[in-house]
Design a protein around this ligand. Structure first.
Ligand SMILES: Nc1ncnc2c1ncn2[C@@H]1O[C@H](COP(=O)(O)OP(=O)(O)OP(=O)(O)O)[C@@H](O)[C@H]1O
Length: 710
């Protein structure tokens, strides 16, 4: 019972009890989409329930986008009839597109992609949607097969523009729990290189990638993890249709793909120009042509269920050292480009999660080494930062050299004015490990020292905090949606490099609205430049602890403590929003009142740090014992080793003296270890006590909020 989108927002109420949610028909990283019946008129709709706790819910952005969205009216763009907040979810009511997304359809029935005529038809409708949006001065920013929806009658609509998109977009990375969720497969190179500027031509790149996705059943580079895709997009030649492999496709199809996937955005065609291309001029009407695609398929919700079962089975069968770790990495990988917020910190975190299928070294690395790696990586970061103006500046100058197998030739690559150097066959972990081996004393000094409160509040630990927080968050995700996590089998082989940061205005530099994006654009492009924010936001590294707060505290505030809680349609909701007290508690003040969200991650860091230190101490003590013995021997403190030239024959005496001294050393080291262990134990105890206190505060806060809500 699909119906046209000519229904106005007023047709639908903002009362959740008016909607009967039926089957799940899709899910994204932060949202689940249901088929639903709007009870007052018995109409079928789709309701997208967005978990506000799991996205960058900058309410200002949502409000702004809701306004924009209510003005959208085009047959090829999915519009929202209304949206309102229900507890911690934003419900977006939209037309139900009975055949779901092209991505789902391919997964269910066309794993190798569609035939060319079908693709032409779908792409032409997509272009019409983009033409409309671009003319209105918008960039879609998330063009991909997962966002091209099909209806029973063959109608094609582009989804995920507006409220549902902006909720991932606030650009306020510090409040985001998943800062680089998803793969940048569809992202244009200029988007990945902040500072170069981008405009609606970024959609043309994504459109080209979508064309390849429809042709092959998957986007180029989709089997790689996000960081690698990012670097491949910047460094490699643009993907395209292959002369040999894609022989079945016409020259004109290859031509339009090549036109769209030009790295220089100024050389990409506009939508208008593309629509004039013979490939689209000859495209068949979707109503006539697309219906046969789903003629014999079961209903969408059954297909979705089957896919979910298949994914869950794959997850269960997956043979790997740590299914959890894999899923953790997959959860970032699964999502589309909807949350294009990332920074170098996230890349580092992802780098530390990487495992190279092609390289046994990564497979056999033991847990201790991994821990050591993480700690040492932080240590390097700390020490590198120690001489600069401030942490964030220094962070932006950090050098990263990282490669994961698969490439035997050393090479340099120019990224954003910086040189990326790669060293063949050396994992960053290996490099780090070798540094550890050669610099044991430095490690001892910086990693295994006593727990200094300043360290907890310093940059490095907030960084660790994010790593830890993210891990926790990911585990939570894993528990909640394990069946969704493992969508693809990653192959992490090949080069993986991060840029040497030559200036502070590169990968992690903030992109704010409008300004700073125009430099490289020609006049025509400048005319097209529209508001820049959202998915393309690359956010500031200038972190402080307050900004480091988990999003939960903010979202809780927004969904429970603000007028947003009142349900309303897009328009009504906006007016409700306007009624919000201007002195609405800021994140900062909210957290002053409730220290739990602020302290828990820090304490978790402390706890984690403590355990890592314990391991390190044990290991370093062992290496120190031998190192100090050699040292002392060289400094003449110990009797020379038996058999050495200085030995005048009194071997027994010397050996016995030496033994005595060694025993004394060992005793001393043991004593030091005991005292350090005591220190750690007492820190752990403190941590537990604090955690208990915080839990109590947190439950009080919850009770208070629940009472207020009631
Ligand atoms: N109006 C709709 N009618 C029918 N199915 C829909 C509708 N909207 C979304 N879906 C289905 O739900 C899936 C998830 O949609 P959603 O917008 O949450 O995620 P996504 O865009 O694929 O991923 P992400 O939001 O993570 O980028 C879509 O891929 C599509 O198959």
């Amino acid at each position: 019972m699909a119906f046209s989108s000519s229904f106005s927002s007023r047709t639908f109420s903002a009362n959740p009890s008016d909607y009967n949610l039926l089957e799940e028909v899709g899910d994204g990283a932060s949202a689940t989409v249901y088929r639903a019946i709007y009870l007052p008129n018995n109409r079928q709709v789709a309701v997208k329930c967005v978990d506000l706790d799991r996205c960058n819910s900058n309410l200002d952005d949502i409000r702004r986008e809701a306004q924009t969205m209510s003005l959208i009216d085009h047959p090829n763009v999915v519009r929202a009839f209304c949206s309102f907040v229900v507890e911690r979810h934003l419900w977006v009511v939209m037309p139900f597109m009975a055949q779901g997304s092209c991505l789902h359809l391919m997964k269910a029935a066309y794993p190798e992609g569609f035939e060319e005529a079908i693709i032409a038809s779908i792409l032409k409708e997509t272009l019409k949607a983009l033409q409309y949006l671009h003319r209105q001065g918008h960039i879609h920013r998330d063009v991909k097969a997962g966002n091209i929806l099909l209806d029973d009658n063959g109608e094609v609509k582009v989804a995920d523009f507006g409220v549902s998109a902006c909720i991932y977009d606030s650009g306020d990375r510090q409040r985001s729990r998943n800062t680089f969720v998803g793969t940048p497969c569809w992202m244009a190179p200029e988007v990945l290189q902040p500072g170069t500027g981008y405009n609606s031509k970024a959609d043309i790149w994504s459109f080209g990638i979508t064309a390849l996705e429809l042709a092959h059943g998957h986007a180029p580079f989709s089997k790689y993890p996000p960081m690698k895709v990012l670097l491949m997009t910047i460094q490699n030649a643009p993907p395209g249709l292959d002369y040999d492999r894609d022989r079945k496709f016409s020259k004109s199809f290859k031509e339009i793909v090549a036109m769209c996937l030009v790295k220089d955005q100024t050389k990409r065609p506009s939508v208008d120009k593309l629509l004039k291309h013979s490939f689209f001029k000859n495209a068949k009407s979707p109503e006539l042509y697309l219906k046969r695609l789903f003629a014999d398929l079961p209903p969408l919700w059954n297909r979705v269920k089957t896919l979910q079962i298949k994914d869950a089975a794959q997850l269960a069968l997956k043979k790997m050292p740590s299914a959890e770790e894999e899923a953790l990495s997959q959860s970032k990988y699964h999502r589309g480009v909807s949350a294009w917020n990332f920074d170098i910190e996230d890349l580092k975190v992802q780098a530390s999660l990487l495992r190279d299928d092609d390289d046994d070294i990564a497979e056999t690395r033991d847990e201790f080494e991994n821990k050591l790696f993480t700690s040492y990586k932080d240590t390097i970061t700390d020490s590198q930062f120690s001489t600069g103006k401030n942490n964030s500046d220094n962070l932006q100058q950090t050098e990263f050299m990282l490669q994961v197998g698969g490439n035997d030739t050393p090479h340099n690559a120019q990224i954003n004015g910086s040189i990326v150097e790669t060293t063949p066959s050396i994992l960053e972990k290996d490099m780090v490990t070798s540094k550890i081996k050669s610099q044991p004393l430095q490690i001892r000094k910086t990693v295994s020292g006593p727990l200094v409160p300043g360290m907890v509040l310093g940059h490095s630990l907030s960084e660790r905090g994010r790593i830890f927080e993210r891990s926790g968050n990911e585990s939570q995700l894993l528990g909640e949606k394990s069946n969704r996590e493992l969508r693809k089998n990653p192959n992490l082989s090949g080069p993986l490099m991060l840029p040497k940061r030559a200036s502070s205005n590169s990968l992690s530099a903030p992109i704010k609205s409008s300004g700073g994006h125009r430099d490289s654009l020609d006049d025509k492009s400048k005319a097209n430049l529209v508001q820049i924010k959202g998915r393309f936001s690359v956010t500031s590294e200038n972190l402080d602890l307050v900004k480091d707060l988990p999003v939960s505290s903010v979202s809780r505030q927004s969904s429970q403590g603000s007028p947003l809680k009142k349900s309303a349609s897009v328009g009504d909701w906006i007016s409700d929003y306007k009624q919000m007290p201007t002195g609405q508690p800021s994140t900062d003040s909210a957290n002053t009142n409730n220290p739990a969200p602020f302290l828990i991650p820090q304490l978790q860091n402390l706890f984690q740090q403590t355990s890592i230190q314990q391991d390190l101490i044990m290991n370093l003590l062992n290496s120190l014992q031998s190192a100090e013995v050699i040292d002392d021997s060289q400094n003449g403190k110990l009797p020379p080793l038996p058999g050495s030239p200085e030995n005048n024959g009194s071997v027994d005496t010397a050996a016995s003296e030496r033994e005595q001294l060694l025993l004394a050393k060992i005793a001393e080291l043991r004593a030091r270890m005991t005292s350090l262990t005591d220190e750690l134990t007492s820190e752990k105890l403190k941590y537990k006590q604090l955690q208990q206190q915080l839990n109590a505060v947190y439950s009080q806060e919850q009770n208070r909020e629940n009472k207020e809500a009631a």
